[in-house]
Design a protein around this ligand. Structure first.
Ligand code: ADP
Length: 429
């Protein structure tokens, strides 16, 4: 009768222990806390001297002793175990608990390992998740030396599996958290990208509407003066026509800058190579921008070194790049001259545009190539401007695999822009 009462008490104790473990698992997201509660329960129900939990590492190459309970004394837990070795291999393969009553005479036991732990009799219980051993709980009686024979294996297996579930829950939790973080990061990046695009779009629209309005109004005004006064003297008439032509050129340049800048953003940069002579480019530029220089009473000089060879390049792009520099040189010069020269090096042709204009502050030399950047001095003397010309020129020169550099002795001291482009631009597929 007494024995039955004892058994019942023991059973109730065990159920209470299991209940406690389940409660911790349900209420805690902290895997360490749960595993420790499992190990408290293990030592309580196994009634052995010691209990040790090994966890399999991520790449499944080692069992790492992680939590010890009971009379562990001063055993050094700083070791790990090969899952391919001795009795651990058996557990991984069979996924069943193993009881070793006499370690010293059991062939399955690694004696060195048993010696290190000072164990003579022990039980190992696998922690199984999705048919894989994710850890092992070992219990032994190293202090009292009693053989481990009457441990309640069923209960220990239940506890070991509770531990395995806690581990996998934790892994899933970590995975979900990581996934969530990644997702959040991507959403943030996409939002930032969209915001940048929206900001650029509104910047483009502001620049476009602002910059297109002025020359359009000027052209309209000039034309109406011409129409309204048929008796106008020829000299006056020609002056107005020249001015109209310069304004239309300006308009065309602004539109072209806006379009090219968007193209540089959107499309892969294609080049159309052809044989051309640098002199042709310079002639066209003088034709387009000569009137602007004349209107500002600025001398536009050109200097082409003798026997310049033909080159293979993209005519439109090269024109655009050099014309932007000449246009700037004229617009940012109040008086004096603009000189455009072309020289031939070994494998490159050099275009140089020098002016006696407002110059560039050394602090701004890099910024002027950024989209929409305009210096205070530039804004003051030239309200009209998109801040896109140099950005485009640099983009083109990069596409042509050339180089661009700028020299200025500072504000008010003129500037010189130099472009080197290969004589034979490499083909791009
Ligand atoms: P925009 O001329 O429309 O302002 P750019 O991209 O061509 O746009 O030039 C950017 C800025 O670089 C100009 O606003 C001006 O501050 C500076 N810059 C360009 N060329 C010259 C130059 N020749 N002399 C002085 N400053 C210049």
């Amino acid at each position: 009768m007494k024995k039955q009462g004892n058994n019942l008490e023991k059973r109730i104790d065990e159920l209470m222990t299991l209940h406690r473990v389940s409660q911790t698992m349900n209420s805690s997201l902290n895997v360490k806390e749960t595993l420790e509660t499992v190990m408290d329960a293990v030592i309580e129900v196994a009634r052995t001297d010691r209990a040790l939990m090994y966890l399999m590492n991520e790449d499944r190459t080692r069992f790492i002793p992680t939590i010890a309970r009971g009379n562990v004394g001063n055993i050094d837990l700083d070791f790990d175990v090969d899952p391919e070795e001795s009795i651990f291999r058996l557990i991984v393969q069979q996924r069943l608990p193993i009881v070793v009553e006499d370690a010293a005479n059991d062939k399955r036991v690694n004696q060195e390992h048993a010696g290190r732990l000072g164990t003579t009799s022990f039980a190992l219980i696998p922690m199984i998740w999705k048919e894989q051993v994710v850890g092992i709980i070992g219990v032994d009686n190293a202090v009292t030396g009693r053989p481990v024979v009457d441990v309640d294996l069923d209960l220990l297996v239940t506890l070991a599996n509770h531990a395995a579930i806690a581990l996998s829950n934790n892994q899933m939790y970590e995975k979900t958290t990581r996934f969530n973080e990644e997702l959040q990061q991507r959403v943030t990046e996409a939002t930032e990208h969209l915001e940048r695009l929206l900001e650029m779009k509104s910047h483009f629209l502001t620049v476009a509407s602002h910059q297109l309005r002025t020359p359009t109004t000027v052209v309209k005004g000039l034309l109406s003066m011409l129409i309204e006064d048929p008796e106008m003297p020829d000299e006056e008439r020609n002056r107005l026509i020249d001015q109209t032509y310069a304004s239309v050129n300006r308009l065309q340049r602004i539109i072209s800058e806006l379009l090219t800048a968007t193209e540089l953003e959107d499309k892969p940069k294609m080049v159309q190579l052809e044989e051309l002579h640098p002199g042709e480019i310079i002639d066209e530029i003088v034709k387009e921008l000569g009137p602007l220089a004349e209107e500002k009473k600025i001398t536009l000089l050109t200097e082409l070194s003798a026997e310049l060879p033909s080159i293979q390049s993209d005519r439109f792009k090269l024109y655009e790049a050099v014309a932007n520099l000449v246009d700037n040189a004229i617009r940012y010069t109040q008086e004096g001259s603009v000189k455009v020269s072309v020289r031939q090096g070994n494998a490159a042709v050099t275009f140089r545009v020098e002016d006696t204009g407002i110059g560039i502050d050394p602090d701004e030399v890099e910024a002027i190539f950024e989209k929409f950047h305009r210096s205070e001095d530039a804004l003051e003397i030239q309200a009209s401007g998109t801040g896109l010309g140099l950005f485009i020129t640099k983009g083109i020169i990069d596409t042509l695999q050339g180089e661009i550099q700028v020299d200025s002795a500072g504000r008010g001291k003129g500037s010189a822009f130099t472009i080197h482009v290969p004589v034979r631009s490499p083909r791009q597929d």
